[in-house]
Write a protein that binds this ligand. Structure first.
Ligand code: CMP
Length: 140
């Protein structure tokens, strides 16, 4: 399997509870390398642009407001099949359906406040990484 990069976000519900290190340990234990990382506070407009694909969904307003409600940690994870591997480590979007041991099973409190985001495909990973990072910030 090829080495890939994927965009990960540790969301405000998790940074608020000081869970960044515990979540990063799960990524690293799964063989993913954190090759870029920064803690930022998005504006609602910046969150809205990132989640533009969901603009017509009923939860879009709530999602943008939540993502701007506190700091997030944006990061690039690298490894063999990193996109699928990160989605395994995260668990299902709905924490009540997430497998035991996943980030969302352990830490997420609801479908909206689900602690982490991860890219879903190579094309979206490339776009999402470029939204937050320049090439100079990716140190593999
Ligand atoms: P994420 O993987 O970041 O991608 C889109 C986000 O929208 C998702 O995680 C959830 O946080 C949020 N989301 C998806 N479905 C719902 C829903 N039914 N209600 C509220 N938020 C949702």
């Amino acid at each position: 399997m090829a080495t890939e990069r994927t965009l990960s976000i540790i969301k405000p519900d998790a940074t608020k509870r000081n869970l960044t290190g515990k979540i990063n340990a799960k990524f690293e234990d799964a063989g993913l390398r954190i090759v870029a990382q920064k803690r930022i506070h998005l504006t609602p407009a910046q969150a809205g642009k990132f989640y533009e694909v969901h603009a017509e969904r009923p939860f879009y307003g709530e999602l943008c407001e939540f993502m701007a409600s506190g700091p997030v940690v944006v990061q690039v994870l690298e490894g063999e099949g990193a996109i699928a591997k990160n989605r395994e480590v995260m668990g299902a979007t709905d924490p009540s359906k997430a497998d035991a041991g996943t980030v969302r099973a352990e830490f997420a409190t609801s479908m909206g406040e689900n602690s982490v985001h991860g890219s879903d495909a190579p094309e979206t990973a490339a776009e999402e990484i470029a939204y937050f990072f320049s090439g100079l910030e990716l140190v593999g």
